[in-house]
Design a protein around this ligand. Sequence first.
Ligand SMILES: Cc1cn([C@H]2C[C@H](O)[C@@H](COP(=O)(O)OP(=O)(O)O[C@H]3O[C@H](C)C(=O)[C@H](O)[C@H]3O)O2)c(=O)[nH]c1=O
Length: 193
Amino acid sequence: MRFEPTAIADARIVRLTAHRDDRGAFARTWCRQTFVDAGIAFDFVQANWSVTRSRGTIRGMHFQRAPHAESKLVRITRGRVHDVIVDLRADSPTRGRLHVMELGEGDDTMLYVPAGVAHGFQTLTDDVTVEYFMGGEPYRPEYYDGFRPDDPAVAIRWPLPPVSVSDKDLSWPPLGQRFPWLLPTPALATPAL
Ligand SMILES: Cc1cn([C@H]2C[C@H](O)[C@@H](COP(=O)(O)OP(=O)(O)O[C@H]3O[C@H](C)C(=O)[C@H](O)[C@H]3O)O2)c(=O)[nH]c1=O
């Protein structure tokens, strides 16, 4: 298992070491000590799974608010997605940054999303299955939060016209209202002398 940096501090691309033989392949998908050695204290408290029928569907963007922020290890076990994470940690050196990548079955790759970083994806194929190992805090609906996939504060460029987005994901309040530092600083009314 190898860890690669991303545009977002603490978020990692996790390359699995697949042991292949004529039967197929075997790979370890999580190991506490390997993660600790890579500087990632990640103990999962919940595992989730989602199946998405249609290409072009967007799930997200989601995060859980502090003090119940969740980290997650994301793996695509069927199909392919355009995956997006956004750093919403006000004190992060990469706050407001996006990391975007394709993830798909057979590419032996996972994405580690630290607490405070929002996650979402658009399916690039029909019949996508996503597995999540959830770390930090378990699901707390009252702390479950998100923003619209087309929120102007982060301007995510999705590769396909969205064919399906949940009513919930279309009804999140504007991100800039809750994270004002995301918004461009208004130009000074009068230029500094
Ligand atoms: C996240 C979660 C949801 N639920 C219930 C709540 C809803 O009744 C139902 C579907 O939830 P939701 O529409 O939020 O599912 P997704 O849109 O796939 O959400 C996920 O998609 C994005 C991309 C993620 O990164 C998150 O891990 C996760 O929020 O499952 C639970 O019971 N437990 C849970 O931990």
